[in-house]
Design a protein around this ligand. Structure first.
Ligand code: PLP
Length: 372
C-alpha cells in the first residue's frame, strides 16, 4: 500500500503511541482527583500543554484541548460570535473547510451577517480582498492558514494586522499547517487558532484551540472545571499526551521532513512531465510542501482515485460522485477552475514516511491510466 493522502490523516508516530500507552493502561486516574494516583495524569496534562504551547510560541494557559479541528473551529467562531458580535459581520473565505463554512452558516441563521472573500485563481486571499470587505460592524475575520485541497499558505500576518487595525478579532484554521510549517502565534498576531493532532501524526479525535490571553470567548461546554472552566469534561489524557509527543517530534524534524517531501514532490512532477501526461497544477508557489492538486483535463477524478486504489495507492479527489452527477469541490469552484479540469482533479499529499519508490510507482500508475 502507498499512502499518499496525508492531508486527510497521518500515521500515528511511534513516539506518540509510546507516550500514550501508560495512560491507557496503568495511569488511568482521573486527573482532577486530589489523591496521589492522579498526580501522573495531572502532570502529563500540564507537560503536554507546555510542550504544545512552546511549539507555537504561546503561553500554556492559552492552549485549550478539544476533540479536534472541527470542534476548535466551531468553538472559535460560535464562541466569539456569542460574546463579541450580537448582530455584526464575520468575514471568512469561500474556500474554508466545512468546519468553518458550516459554523458560519449556522451563525447566519441566528442573525449574524457573513461576508465571503473569493480567493485568487492561484488560491490566495490578498489584503486588498479583505480591505474591501472590512467594515465598522466586522467583529471577526476567519481565514485558514493553509488550504486543505490546494496547500496554499495565506498571508495571515498581513490579514491579521489589517483586521486588528479595524478593531476586529482574527481566527485562523491552522489544521493543515501545524507540525508541517513554522507557526508562531505572536509573529502572526492571531487571536484564535485551531489545530488537530491527526494531521501531524498524533491520534484522532484530539486537537486544541489557541486563544490569545484576554480574547473574549464563550465556554465550549459547561460542567466541570476542566480547561479553566472553558471546556468541561474529563480530559482524554492519553490522546493529549500523544498529541504533544507527535507535535514535538514533528516540530524537531520539521525542516528535514519539509525538504524530504518537497524533493519527492519535485520528483513526481518531473516524472509526470517526462511521461508526457497532460495536466495542470493548482495553487501557487507559496504552499505546503508535499501537497499536489493535479487536474487532468477531460478525466474523472473519482475514476482516477479508484484506478489507483486498485493498485494500492491512496489519494483524494477534488470532486465527489453521487449516483447522478459529479459534484465539484467548493474549493475548486472558489478558484474558478474550468469544469473539465475540476472534474479530473486529484490531491496527492505526501508525508514524511513516503519514499522515492512511492512517487515513482504513483507516476508509473498515472502513466498507465493516461497513456495506456
Ligand atoms: N480544517 C481543515 C483545514 C481540515 O483539513 C480539517 C480536516 O480535514 C478540519 C478542519 C477538521 O479537522 P478534524 O478532522 O480534526 O475535525
Amino acid at each position: 500500500m502507498i499512502y499518499a493522502d496525508n492531508a486527510a490523516t497521518t500515521k500515528l508516530a511511534g513516539e506518540a503511541f509510546e507516550a500514550m500507552r501508560p495512560f491507557l493502561l496503568e495511569e488511568y486516574a482521573n486527573p482532577s482527583q486530589p489523591y496521589s494516583f492522579s498526580r501522573p495524569a495531572k502532570k502529563a496534562l500540564a507537560e503536554a500543554r507546555a510542550t504544545i504551547s512552546a511549539c507555537i510560541g504561546a503561553a500554556p494557559e492559552e492552549i485549550f484541548f478539544t476533540s479536534g479541528g472541527t470542534e476548535s473551529d466551531n468553538w472559535a467562531l460560535k464562541g466569539s460570535a456569542m460574546v463579541n458580535g450580537a448582530q455584526g459581520t464575520i468575514i471568512t473565505t469561500a474556500f474554508e473547510h466545512h468546519a468553518v463554512l458550516h459554523s458560519c452558516a449556522a451563525l447566519e441563521q441566528s442573525g449574524r451577517h457573513i461576508a465571503y472573500l473569493t480567493p485568487t485563481e492561484e488560491g490566495y486571499i490578498t489584503p486588498q480582498h479583505l480591505q474591501e470587505k472590512l467594515g465598522a460592524d466586522t467583529f471577526l475575520v476567519s481565514v485558514m492558514l493553509a488550504n486543505n485541497e490546494l496547500g496554499t499558505i495565506q498571508p495571515i500576518k498581513e490579514l491579521c494586522a489589517l483586521t486588528h487595525s479595524k478593531g476586529a478579532l482574527f481566527h485562523t484554521d491552522a489544521v493543515q499547517a501545524i507540525g508541517h510549517v513554522p507557526v508562531d502565534v505572536h509573529d502572526l498576531g492571531v487571536d484564535l487558532l485551531a489545530a488537530s493532532a491527526h494531521k501531524f501524526n498524533g491520534p484522532k479525535g484530539i486537537g486544541f484551540l489557541y486563544r490569545r490571553k484576554g480574547t473574549k470567548l464563550l465556554p465550549f461546554a459547561d460542567g466541570g472545571a476542566q480547561e479553566a472552566g472553558m471546556r468541561a469534561g474529563t480530559e482524554n489524557v492519553a490522546a493529549i499526551v500523544g498529541m504533544a509527543a507527535a507535535l514535538k517530534a514533528n516540530h524537531e524534524a520539521m525542516r528535514e521532513n519539509a525538504q524530504h517531501v518537497a524533493a519527492l514532490e519535485q520528483k513526481l512532477v518531473a516524472l509526470l512531465d517526462a511521461a508526457g501526461i497532460a495536466y495542470r497544477r493548482n495553487g501557487g508557489a507559496k504552499k505546503l510542501p508535499g501537497l499536489l492538486s493535479l487536474s487532468f483535463p477531460g478525466a474523472d477524478g473519482e475514476a482516477i482515485l479508484h484506478r489507483l486504489d486498485l493498485r494500492g495507492i491512496c489519494v483524494s479527489t477534488g470532486s465527489a460522485c453521487n449516483s447522478k452527477s459529479t459534484e465539484i469541490s467548493h474549493v475548486l469552484k472558489a478558484i474558478n477552475l474550468q469544469e473539465s479540469y475540476a472534474r479530473g482533479t486529484i490531491r496527492i499529499s505526501l508525508g514524511k514516511d513516503n519514499s522515492e519508490e512511492d512517487v515513482t510507482i504513483i507516476a508509473q500508475e498515472l502513466k498507465k491510466i493516461f497513456k495506456g
